[in-house]
Design a protein around this ligand. Structure first.
Ligand code: HEM
Ligand SMILES: Nc1nc2c(c(=O)[nH]1)N[C@H]1C(S)=C(S)[C@@H](COP(=O)(O)O)O[C@H]1N2
Ligand SMILES: [Mo]
Length: 348
């Protein structure tokens, strides 16, 4: 491939990796696993291209010498290498948990995300400064498409080889879930990791003052105490909490099915969605069709939830990634607005 073609392919693949990586956070069910496959193949294809790119970068350096752009490019290049390296390490030998002051214990996989997102501004700058206008045929010709397909095929071959080697060598990566997540503390009651999405903090809730409110597009609003919730509870569900931070846990959750609460309140025909609200202000919205799969749990593995895991009440949302599993729930709001109004990822 010509240098120009390598550059175009890197540009397209990096954009594709960012989109498929962020998009993969929306996938919680295995029928969406092809997105992870594409992300892996695209990432490994980039790894191959980087070897070519190193030669291009060296020649460019000889031609131009050291400029401000060189440093920027070098930093961007290092970030891309760091992103690829953390991706591949994660998928094979794993990355350690690290303790960060103020953040708590962080699964090492978060570094893959952090390096990749940091790459966005640098990548834009680099492309803006260095881009020699591509020819239309570089992007939109039969050959351009074939080149990209060829690269993806190489990526898939690398991925297959990596999986086989991981199994043969007994690497921990061979036990990943389809989302790439690794198992943590399954069936251990409260002894699995505590985590928050972005900025939320663990809330300690006073059981006696706590109430669950059901309101909005309903015939009868409700306000239930912890005792009343326990009296309605007792349904047990086995479900997998899969955090986008790269771990999952399988547990038996028990509590009250959301549809029991909705039936008691009488949902009006104008209702379109259900908003589950936390004492912290964190909320997630679901379609009413999904509500019958949701459970409000008081217990995990037979133990009352710990404060970190959402005491007194947390949402169990089977088939949804962890950020949908709202903790410290205080309100169910039945809403007349459709579920897709909500941004796909929580802002808080
Ligand atoms: C320039 C951007 C990115 C590059 C080059 C990249 C590359 C990679 C690579 C090479 C792997 C390992 C594939 C394997 O060895 O099987 C990987 C895994 C993964 N990446 Fe990215 N990635 C990027 C951005 C992102 C972003 C922004 C996210 C999420 C927000 C993300 C989420 C994931 C996930 C969930 C996996 C795990 C898949 C698994 O364990 O098999 N990536 N990535
Ligand atoms: N109120 C609230 N609920 C929340 C979060 C949060 O930040 N605030 N984080 C979510 C995320 S990202 C995950 S993975 C799970 C983690 O639940 P755990 O602490 O029981 O492991 O809670 C979810 N519920
Ligand atoms: Mo999470």
């Amino acid at each position: 491939m010509k240098a120009r073609h390598v550059n175009v392919a890197i540009l397209l693949l990096v954009m594709f990796e960012l989109a498929s990586g962020i998009g993969s956070f929306l996938v919680g069910e295995s029928n969406g696993r092809w997105l992870f496959w594409l992300h892996r193949a695209g990432g490994l294809a980039l790894l191959v291209l980087l070897v070519w790119k190193a030669g291009i970068a060296a020649r460019s350096y000889q031609r131009r010498g050291l400029t401000a752009g060189t440093l920027l490019s070098a930093f961007g290049g290092l970030l891309l290498i760091a992103s690829l390296a953390t991706g591949v390490l994660w998928a094979t030998v794993g990355l350690p948990w690290v303790s960060l002051p103020g953040v708590g214990r962080w699964a090492g996989f978060n570094f893959h995300i952090a390096f990749s997102l940091l790459l966005i501004p640098l990548f834009l700058l680099h492309v803006g400064l260095r881009w020699s206008r591509p020819r239309r045929t570089d992007l939109a010709s039969r050959r351009a498409v074939l080149r990209l397909m060829g690269l993806l095929a190489v990526g898939f071959a690398f991925w297959g080889a990596q999986e086989v080697l991981s199994i043969l060598a007994g690497l921990s990566g061979s036990h990943r879930r389809f989302t790439g997540s690794r198992e943590a503390g399954s069936f251990s009651g409260n002894r699995y990791p505590v985590t928050q999405w972005l900025t939320d903090r663990v809330r300690r809730v006073d059981r006696d003052r706590w109430r669950l409110r059901v309101r909005g597009e309903v015939e009868r609003e409700q306000c239930l105490s912890y005792g009343q919730i326990l009296a309605l509870g007792g349904s047990v569900r086995r479900a997998t909490l899969d955090c986008t931070g790269g771990w999952y846990t399988v547990q038996h959750w028990s509590g009250v099915p959301v549809d029991i609460l909705l039936e008691r309140s009488g949902v009006r025909s104008s209702a379109r969605s259900l908003i589950v609200c936390s004492a912290t202000g964190y909320t997630r919205r679901f379609s009413l069709g999904e509500a019958n799969r949701l459970l409000l749990a008081t217990h995990v593995g037979g133990q009352a939830l710990s404060a970190g895991h959402g005491f007194p009440l947390r949402l169990v949302a089977p088939g949804r990634r962890g950020y949908a599993w709202v903790k410290w729930v205080v309100e169910l709001e039945v809403s007349g607005d459709p579920a897709w109004l909500e941004p796909p990822l929580p802002p808080q």
